[in-house]
Design a protein around this ligand. Structure first.
Ligand code: MN3
Length: 254
């Protein structure tokens, strides 16, 4: 019976002992590492209206090290959101609310600066997010698209240099574009502010299939004033599959 009692009390004795040990050794406070959990498909809530900021197909940190998470977050959840909210406000109660963003921009009154800046901002950023991917970079796989790209610019490398030149040559804020012109041919160009080749009366005219945002807000945190490094890095995240699909759609629409 004595033996049984001792056996029965053993776990308690061990427990007491371990508690005693715990209090005798001061605990070292663990400082948790700062871990940010990024949403798989980050979304933001647009004010009620005709247009919505699209959710991204990849987390904010997915394009690192080429485009940093903080820049992506601010760019998508603040800059893009502001353009879309302001566009919705500018067209509220007008017939423009019934149009697609492409129709709206193609038939734009260029003196309507609120719709021009914010409609452009909404369209340009939507295209920008769509044509980037964490599995992007490299070369287009499509033989037709690569063939046309090479026929137009001489080689893929030449195309890249021309595109980077357009990005660097844009003074101040704007965008560099690869677009399909009215003859169904590939062309490179750039526009100021939030303009784009869909808008009427600009020197560059056609259907954008790839755009690079060269506003400082797109790269300043990571690249500061080094726009050339940012333009070079962009080529590591271009989703050529999406660009090719846009090329084919634009060509067949001409
Ligand atoms: Mn931007």
């Amino acid at each position: 019976m004595k033996y049984f009692t001792a056996l029965f009390l053993l776990p308690f004795a061990l427990l007491l002992n371990s508690c005693g040990q715990k209090t005798s050794t001061p605990e070292v406070a663990e400082i948790p590492e700062e871990t940010v959990v990024y949403a798989e498909n980050p979304s933001v809530t647009t004010d009620p209206g005709a247009f919505e900021v699209p959710a991204l197909a990849y987390p904010y940190n997915a394009l690192e090290p080429y485009i940093d998470a903080r820049t992506m977050e601010i760019h998508h959840s603040r800059h893009h959101l502001a353009y879309t909210n302001n566009l919705n406000k500018a067209i509220a109660g007008t017939d423009l609310e019934k149009l697609s963003i492409e129709e709206l921009l193609s038939n734009l009154d260029m003196n309507n600066m609120a719709v021009r800046n914010n409609g452009g901002g909404h369209y340009n950023h939507s295209l920008f997010w769509e044509t980037m991917s964490p599995t992007g970079g490299g070369f287009p796989e499509s033989v037709t698209f690569t063939g046309d790209l090479t026929a137009t610019f001489g080689s893929f490398e030449n195309f890249k240099e021309e595109f980077k030149k357009a990005a660097l040559g844009r003074f101040g804020s704007g965008w560099a574009w690869l677009f399909v012109n009215k003859n169904g041919k590939l062309e490179i160009g750039s526009t100021a502010n939030q303009d784009n080749p869909l808008m009427p009366g600009l020197p560059v005219s056609g259907t954008p299939i790839l755009g690079l945002d060269v506003w400082e807000h797109a790269y300043y945190l990571n690249y500061q004033n080094k726009r050339a490094d940012y333009a070079e890095a962009f080529f590591n995240v271009i989703d050529w599959e999406v660009v090719t699909a846009k090329y084919e759609a634009a060509k067949s629409a001409k």
